[in-house]
Write a protein that binds this ligand. Structure first.
Ligand code: NDP
Length: 401
C-alpha cells in the first residue's frame, strides 16, 4: 500500500491524481492533502479520502476548513500556513508526494519532500526550473525517487533506457524531442495577440489545466520551462533538446538514439496516464484513460515552432544557455507577468516583453545553492513588478515560514 501526499489537491492535476488513486483503494491511500484557499473543495476531498493531514496555506481558509470538518468524525488534522504545507510534504505517514502546487510556491515543499527521500512525482516544473542543480543534488543526497508527471517528461522517462543514469551520450541518445501542441494561438494572426483575453488564452485545444499553465501554453513559455526541466531531470545539454509542434497532442515526446531510432510515447491527452505510470512505476495500473483509437485520428502532424509567434520559447533557450540566475529570473518574471495578464492589468504581449527585459537586465550570477536561487528569484520579481508598474510586494518565495 502506497500512502500519498497530494500537494495542490484542489487543482487540475489534483483532480486527475485523485481519480486514479480512487480506482485502486487496495493499492493507494491518501495520507495528506494540501491547497491554498479553496475550502469547499478541500473539505469535500477530506470527507471522501479521509486523509491524516489537510493543509491550507491561507490561515483563514485553514480555520474555515477546521470549522467545516468539525464534528464530521474524520481522522484529519488541519494545518495552516507554509509550515503546514511543509508538514504535508514531509510527514512520516506518506511515502509518495505528488508535487502539483502551481508556480514557485511549490519549490519549498517539493524540495523538502525530496530531502526526506520520498518518491516525488513532479508536476510542478517551476520548482525544478528554480531549484536546478541544487534541487537535483538535494534529491540525490536525500535518496528521493524523482518521477516526472509532466506528460512530455514522463514520455521521455518511458522512452529512455530503464535505470537511465543521467548521461545521454553514454546511452547512445542523440537528442530529446519535446512535443508541443502550439496552444490556442497557433494559427491566430500575430497582430491579434495584443487584444486576446485571459479566457481565450486559457482555452487550450487539447488539455484542461489550471489558468497559469494554460497561459504558459498559449505563449509557449510552458515549453520553454519544460526544456529547462528536461535539462535538469535528464542531464541533457541544451543543444540536445529540441521542440516540435504537434497539434494533436497524441505523441507526448520522443527520444532519438544514435542509430537513428526514434522512440515515442503515445496516448490520449489525459494526465491520468503519466500520473498512473509514476504512481505504479515500475508496474502498470489502470488509469481510466480510454484506448487510443488510431484509426479515428485524422492524422499526426509535426511542424517547427515559429519563434516570431512564440518568442518566449526562444527566451527560455537563451536563459538555459546563459545558465546561472537566468532561468530563475525568466521564471519569476513570467509568473509576475502572467498573474498580471490574468487579472486584466496588462495585455498578452506584456508577458514576453517583461520576461525579455528582466532577462536582459539580470546579471549573469552563478547559482550554486537554493539560497542563491531564491535571491535571484526575489530580485527578478521586484524588477518585473517595477517594469509593469505594479505595486511592490514582499518579492519572492521562501523555503520556510
Ligand atoms: P491549478 O491552478 O489547477 O491548481 C493549483 C493547485 O495549487 C491548487 O490546489 C491550489 O490551491 C494550489 N496552490 C496554489 N498556490 C499555492 C500555494 N502558494 N501554496 C499551496 N498550494 C497552492 O494548477 P494545475 O493543477 O494545472 O498545475 C499544477 C502544476 O502542475 C503546475 O506547476 C503546472 O505547470 C503543472 N502541470 C500541470 C498540468 C495540467 O494538466 N494541469 C500538466 C503538466 C504540468 P487552491 O485551489 O486552494 O488555490
Amino acid at each position: 500500500m502506497r500512502r500519498v501526499s497530494l500537494l495542490g489537491a484542489t487543482g487540475s492535476i489534483g483532480d486527475s491524481a485523485l481519480d486514479v488513486v480512487a480506482r485502486h483503494p487496495d493499492r493507494y491511500a491518501v495520507e495528506a492533502l494540501a491547497a491554498n484557499r479553496n475550502v469547499a473543495k478541500l473539505a469535500g476531498l477530506c470527507r471522501r479520502f479521509r486523509p491524516a493531514i489537510a493543509a491550507m496555506l491561507d490561515p483563514d481558509a485553514a480555520l474555515a476548513l477546521e470549522r467545516d470538518l468539525g464534528g464530521a468524525g474524520l481522522p484529519t488534522r488541519v494545518l495552516a500556513g507554509p509550515q503546514g504545507i511543509l508538514e504535508a510534504a514531509t510527514c512520516a505517514g506518506a511515502d509518495t508526494v505528488l508535487a502539483a502546487i502551481v508556480g514557485a510556491a511549490g519549490l519549498a515543499p517539493t524540495l523538502a519532500a525530496a530531502r526526506c527521500g520520498k518518491r516525488v512525482m513532479i508536476a510542478n516544473k517551476e520548482a525544478l526550473v528554480i531549484g536546478g542543480g541544487a534541487f537535483m543534488r538535494a534529491a540525490r543526497e536525500g535518496g528521493a525517487e524523482l518521477l516526472p508527471i509532466d506528460s512530455e517528461h514522463n514520455a521521455l522517462f518511458q522512452c529512455l533506457p530503464a535505470g537511465y543514469g543521467g548521461d545521454l551520450a553514454r546511452e547512445g541518445v542523440r537528442r530529446l524531442v519535446l512535443t508541443a501542441s502550439g496552444g490556442p494561438f497557433r494559427t491566430r494572426a500575430v497582430a491579434d495577440l495584443a487584444s486576446v483575453t485571459p479566457d481565450e488564452a486559457c482555452a487550450h485545444p487539447n488539455w484542461r489545466m489550471g489558468r497559469k499553465v494554460s497561459v504558459d501554453s498559449a505563449t509557449m513559455m510552458n515549453k520553454g520551462l519544460e526544456v529547462i526541466e528536461a535539462h535538469w531531470l535528464f542531464g541533457a545539454p541544451v543543444e540536445a533538446i529540441d521542440v516540435v509542434i504537434h497539434p494533436q497532442s497524441i505523441v507526448h515526446s520522443m527520444v532519438e538514439y544514435a542509430d537513428g531510432s526514434v522512440l515515442a510515447q503515445l496516448g490520449n491527452p489525459d494526465m491520468r496516464t503519466p500520473i498512473a505510470q509514476a504512481l505504479a512505476w515500475p508496474g502498470r495500473i489502470e488509469s481510466g484513460v480510454r484506448t487510443l483509437d488510431l484509426a479515428s485520428l485524422a492524422g499526426l502532424s509535426f511542424e517547427a515552432p515559429d519563434l516570431a509567434r512564440f518568442p518566449c520559447l526562444g527566451l527560455a533557450y537563451d536563459a538555459l544557455a546563459a545558465g546561472g540566475a537566468a532561468p530563475v529570473a525568466l521564471n519569476a518574471a513570467n509568473e509576475i507577468a502572467v498573474a498580471a495578464f490574468l487579472d486584466g492589468s496588462v495585455p498578452f504581449p506584456a508577458i514576453h516583453a517583461t520576461s525579455a527585459e528582466v532577462l536582459s537586465r539580470t546579471p549573469c550570477a552563478a547559482v550554486d545553492s537554493i539560497e542563491d536561487a531564491l535571491a535571484a528569484d526575489a530580485q527578478a520579481r521586484r524588477l518585473a513588478r517595477s517594469i509593469l508598474r505594479l505595486p511592490a510586494d514582499a518579492g519572492g518565495v521562501a523555503l520556510a515560514a
